[in-house]
Design a binder for this molecule. Structure first.
Ligand code: PMP
Length: 383
């Protein structure tokens, strides 16, 4: 099979599987207990925490381990607002956010917050001017994603967070970094991002594991209250095996970043050049050099994305029509319509997302099969 749905989830690295299995078989202690093996496990977790912060350029700050980025995003948004003494009611987000950010902002709106949603340009990137125009004197929170999960558009979070801090010093800048971390990992010491959400299963760790990175000085109210784990920020027995697996995945991505990115770039170039040779193929997203080198969203005129997806499935090639979370949701993609892509082209969109286990020969086969399937499907199209 050829797996091209790495933005939905990835195959864990072998080293991650060994680390998790080792933890489950020999090191299954509760790190909160007070005898030797538990204390050692807690130390191992805390040293991994520091290692992960360093992958983001930080020598200090907090990592709160969570059950995934949905929880990290909810904790960032509701946690920051919950901790604010001076209750400001204006918040800003973008129109292309993942539902785990978009929906919390909908709820804020229902609860009386004034929400401004900024749009994107034709390539799917958040508009700096619109962000600037959206800011108010009392804006207290801004959430803008790093890499878009559907189009691969990369937002310039350094510039966007700097605009926010320059005009609203009190505002907290939150970024959903799920589709970036481990590949395009930002140096948070060099930008004004205060909170960064990540998810282990998007960079070859385990599902059900994530983290919220919190810079020094940013106050957060916990959402899970109980035994006081994670320094009181997230109660619940520590998921040590999954944390150890995530630390391992982060280490591998960090240490092999150059070769990982080169591999992804070569694969994407093969797909991009091959598929654009098919007549009437359109890329939905930024040009090759601007987009993340592991996401390609493309439409073939006259071919429905869903139909192509199932034709490819017969060849054991797995792609997606949008984000996995909305794959069963038949509504038009918010990200594509924000870019002005609608109608047949939006319905035709297929997303291919690459990971560390893909190679160029797989891409050559995918191009061959898509070329054949698109020709076949176009024979039956209604004019
Ligand atoms: N944000 C983005 C951009 C995502 O792509 C996803 C996963 N589809 C999430 C958040 C949610 O992550 P998780 O599966 O860890 O809850």
């Amino acid at each position: 099979m050829i797996y091209l749905d790495n933005s939905a989830t990835t195959r864990p690295f072998d080293e991650v599987i060994s680390a998790v299995t080792g933890s489950l078989t020999h090191n299954y202690f509760n790190p909160s207990s007070v005898y030797g093996p538990s204390v050692l496990l807690q130390r191992q977790i805390d040293s991994g925490r520091k290692q992960m912060l360093r992958t983001l350029g930080l020598d200090s700050g907090r990592i709160i381990f969570t059950s995934g980025a949905t929880e990290s995003n909810n904790l960032a948004i509701f946690g920051v607002l919950g901790a604010m003494r001076k209750k400001s009611k204006h918040v800003v987000t973008s129109i292309i956010e993942h539902p785990s950010v978009f929906e919390p902002y909908m709820q804020l709106e229902e609860n009386g917050y004034k929400v401004t949603r900024v749009g994107v340009d034709a390539t799917g990137c958040v508009s700096k001017q619109e962000l600037l125009d959206a800011l108010q004197e009392d804006t207290c929170l801004v959430s803008i994603m790093h890499v878009n999960n559907e189009t691969g558009a990369v937002n310039d979070i350094k510039a966007l967070s700097s605009i926010v801090k320059k005009h609203c010093r009190q505002a907290v800048f939150h970024c959903d970094g799920v589709q970036a971390y481990g590949r395009i990992t930002p140096d948070l010491s060099r930008c004004d991002v205060d909170l960064y959400s990540i998810s282990a299963h998007k960079f070859h760790g385990m599902k059900g594991m994530g983290a919220l990175i919190v810079k020094d000085g940013i106050k957060i109210a916990p959402m899970m209250i109980g035994g006081g784990q994670e320094n009181g920020y997230r109660s619940g027995t520590t998921n040590a095996p999954a944390i150890i697996g995530m630390i391992e995945a982060a280490k591998i991505c960090y240490q092999s970043n150059n070769s990982l990115m080169n591999g992804l770039q070569l694969c994407k170039a093969e797909l991009y050049n091959g598929l654009l040779n098919i007549p009437d193929a359109y890329v939905n997203g930024p040009d090759f050099n601007e987009a993340a080198p592991y996401i390609l969203n493309i439409s073939f005129e006259g071919v429905r994305g869903e139909t192509l997806l199932h034709s490819l499935e017969r060849h054991k090639i797995y792609v997606s029509t949008g984000s996995a979370c909305s794959a069963k949701n038949k509504k038009a993609s918010r990200a594509l319509s924000a870019m002005g892509i609608s109608g047949d082209r939006a319905l035709g969109a297929v997303r291919m997302s690459l990971g560390a286990f893909n190679d160029v020969s797989q891409m050559q086969r995918v191009v061959e099969i898509i070329d054949m399937e698109v020709r076949n499907l176009r024979k039956y199209r209604r004019i």
